[in-house]
Every structure is written in C-alpha cells, then in structure tokens.
Write a protein that binds this ligand. Sequence first.
Ligand code: AGP
Length: 607
Amino acid sequence: MVGIFGCILKEGNAAPVVHEALKRLEYRGYDSAGEATIHEGKLYVKKDHGKIDDVHAQHNLDDLPGRIGLGHIRWATHGAPMQVNTHPHLDCRKEVAVVQNGIIENYAQIKGELEELGHIFKSKTDTEVIPHLIEEKLQKGLSFIEAARETLNRLEGSFAVAIVHVNDSNKILCAQKENSLAIGLSETAVYCSSDIPTFLPMTKETVLVENGELVILGDGDYEIRDFANWNQIVRPPKLIDWIPEVAEKEGFPYFMIKEIHAQPACLRSTIRLQEEYLDLMTAFLDRAKELFLVACGTSYHACLAASYMFSKMAFLSTHPVYASEFIEQVGKSVNIDSTILALSQSGETADTLAAVDYARSRAATILGLTNVVGSTLTRVSRVFICQQAGPEIGVAATKTFTAQLSVLAQIALKLAEKRGKVSHVEMEHFKAKLRQIPNIIEKIIQTQEEKVKQIAKKYRDKPYFLFFGRGISSAVTLESTLKLLETNQIPSLTYSGGEVDGDIINLVQPGYPAIFVCPKDDTHKKIAVDIAEVKARGASIVAIIEEGDEQIKSLADDYVEVMKDVPEFLSPIQCIIPLQLFAYYMAVGRGLDPDRPRHLTKAVTVK
Ligand code: AGP
C-alpha cells in the first residue's frame, strides 16, 4: 500500500501542503517519499528513500516552487526502496510527473515497447511506464488529457494515479481502477488523495472517485469521466463529518496508544449502527445456506469470534476461512447458495478481495464489513456495514478490531432475535450489556493500564510467550499473539487450553510467561485446570480474569481484571483490551516504534 496526493492551490506554494499531507498518509507506507511541483513551465522534483522526516531533513521538501503539486509515500512493490525508484516518476523530457498506488500488471510489455522506441527508464518500478507512455502519445499530437486517457486504457491491473504536465500547470489528472481515490474541494484549493483524512484538515467537502474514472482537477473545479468510453459523470461533493483531529495523535506518543484509548468513543459510535443496515445484513445471513467468514490477520480473528457468536446466539454455523486460503480450501464448493461475509477494516486487502472476486465469479452472495466506505469491498458487496470506527492510523489494528467485534455482536443479537433463539428477557439483558460496553472498556483502561505496563516491564526480555484460551477466547489469544508479533517481533504461540497437555507442554519452562484468558464462561472450569498444569511446570502465569475471580487469582503470578457479568458474546471486546496494552507497552519498553513495525504496512493491497 502506498499513498498518493495532489493539490492545486489558488495561491501560495503547494510543496508544504503536499509535505503535510504525506505525513498523514504515512500509515500507508514509509520507505520512500517524494514531491513534484510545476512552476513557470518547469517541473521540480525532490524524492528519496527513507521516512518522510528523514527525506525532508535531507532535502527540504518545502522549498519547491509552484502552486500545483503531487506527492507520494511509498511501500515498495516493484523495485527496492531507493531514490531512483521513488515516485514521482517522469518521462524522458521531464515534462510529465506521475504518482501511483497499485500494480500495473502489463508494465513489462509496455516498457519493452517503449524502450524499442528509444525511451530511457531510470527505475525498476511499474509506474514509470505511465509518464513515458503519455510522452509517446503527446509526441503523436494528442492533448495531455487524451494522452492520459489512452494510457489509462492501456494499463492492466489495479491502480490509483495522479498526473501533471508542465504545459497544463492548472490541471491534475487523477484516476483509479479497483483502488481508492478521493477528491477534496475547498475555497482555496482542490485536492486528490488515496484517502479522505489526508485533506480533512483543509476541507470536509469530498467526492469519491469510482472504479474506471478519470478526474480532471482544475482551478477550483473538477470533471469526472469514465476513461473507457468518456461519458461524463456528475457527482456532487458530500460533506464528511469526521473531525480532522481524529487523524492526529492528540497528545499521545503513538497512534497505537491513542487508538487503544479511543475505543470507548469508537464503540459508542459503532453500537449505534442503523437498524436498517443490521436488518438487511441479518436477512441475508439468515437465509444463507452456507456461510463463509473470510478475512486476513486481525479481521480473521474477528471472524473466529463471530463464528462462536453466531453459533451460540443464533444457532447459525459458519466456516471462518483465511482469505489467502479461501480459493484453495473451499473454492470449488462455492456456488450460488454460498454466502461470503468478508471482513476488512481497510476494505482493500488483496487476499480478501481476491477471495471475494472468486466467490462472485461463482455467483455467491457477498456481504462486507469494513471501516472504509468507498473502499473496494464496499463496491463489490451486495450489502455492507461500515464499522464506524473512524480512520485508524496505527499499523496494529486495535479500535477497528473491537469495532468489528461490536458490529458482529449486534448482528448475532439480531439474528438470534429473528430466529427466536433468545428469550425476551435475555435479549433485553444482552442489549443493555451491549450499551454498557463503551463504559466497561473505559473503566478497564482507567483501572488496569498501569498494571499492564508493570507486567510488560517484568516480562519484556522474555523471548517468547505462550497464550492459552478456550471457546470464544481463542480468538482473543490469537489476536494477542498477532499484536505481540507485529509490534515486538516476538514469536509467541497460541494454543487452545485443551491442547496444553499435547506437544505445547514441551515449551513450558520455569519463569517463562504463559498468558491465559479466563472469562467466567462455560470454559472457566477447564481453563483453571489448564493453568494448574502449566503452573506445575514452573511457568509464570499471567491471567486475564473477571473482577473478583479468586480461584484464578490464587493460581496466577500476575493478573489483570476485566469486568464481571459481561455476556460471553461480548467478552472478547473487553478481554482484548489489556492484551493490546500489553503489546504496546512491551514495544515501547523494548525501544520499538509500535506505529511502524518492521516490514509491515497498514493494509496489504498488493500480492
Ligand atoms: C493487524 O494488526 C494487522 N495490521 C493486519 O493483520 C490486518 O489485520 C490485516 O492485514 C487485514 O487488514 P484488513 O482488515 O484491512 O483487511
């Protein structure tokens, strides 16, 4: 995933605006950054590999002249992170500049043709074919717009692109195919960006660019065209009510901790899902003959939790499947009777979209749950629900995970109601508990954060951790392992408590931490036995327990308390909180940047 940005200001220099925008886009990639501006018929470019602050420190990104600018923040896919591979890319004459997010599948063929015609390529990127192809077409007498349009029609793959030309210094052409792109409009400027939050500090007026569209951004205006057949598309701007501060750190040292703390507010928004969306989603789920829950990473763990919720609450059995395995594992069995509920906070994860595409090709019904309206997943889903968590900047999913869980819990409740599987009294109790969840999470953070910090300090030098949970808590332990792995690069293991006396017992060593998630549900008695077994081999027991659980307290070396009397289908939402905090404090205590985990990016949009 990378980020692209462009702006045309009515007056003033674009470079500092592009620079600030790229900082907000940094969650999409951070191995290289670059900017291009146009001034008096000349293109100015600064770019290099490295984090944007380092690139700025070395090159001063702000002193490029001109009121029109492009920017790019890169996460390498074609060509290593090096200055020469950094966007913007130019044509031979240095008249066309391009920034791109995505993959041009037929770039090698185009490059070969252009090289035969004498074009000199500098980078190993797929993107560089775009300015050269435009240049070639300009040489044949086409206008900038015609040349760009023909070029876009030649490209295969999925991309979002922004293009400028020195002779059209009041235009940015931007376009997308199966990728995300948005336009922002204000009194003083027009913007294009990979996402909306990037220009939220400047404007709330926005237009989403859809698949196959080219936008001609001019001085204060925009024109949308379908680049295949050149039909004009009229789409008025919408007001986005996200406040700009959601994209800032608000005084926290890292986005990850800011977003952990944002969970009560976020859940307050998420539990206010509109009934009609829930009703529609539930109607589809209810009549599903076969239901696959498909996702990657953290979203997959939400799927696992959902499989317990749907089964226990609504007696609906499901098949949670890793998106990357979906086609191989169950592809052939998917048909018109299959329903796919795909989860992706970004809505852009390549494996999830590939699974969805495959299922669509076999006439399955696609339902989506995502945090990004306008993302590809929302466009390919028959019905989708937005989890309403607001933008998440930290690479480690935290608030978007609990938001997913809360939407899934609401769906489970609706389904149970529809199917008559829960009594009226129970239903009222569950709904009341759901409404309390934001306050419950707030209290856990308030009362347990310091304790978690101390536990992280105590164990931070351990080379691995063992996580154990049973039932719905196995989704929590898997997610905790992922959090620790991605933010700390600690290769921990997760096992069901039931597997303790299998091979895993080999790894139990005196003083080594074993973390148990022990809500007081049907699995509580068994998990207490599992703990005793691991403790007998000398492991240090860290337990996530319900307030006042004296039995587990007496077994544990360290414990963190979550609230009591939270129903099982909601317990993952509260039990994951201390473990998110644990991963965060481990990372910070070990001198790591939790917002920029090694080798990771926020969403894996290409494969
Ligand atoms: C979670 O912390 C990770 N960043 C990662 O596993 C993520 O959940 C996964 O890539 C799926 O992303 P999505 O929800 O945007 O599809």
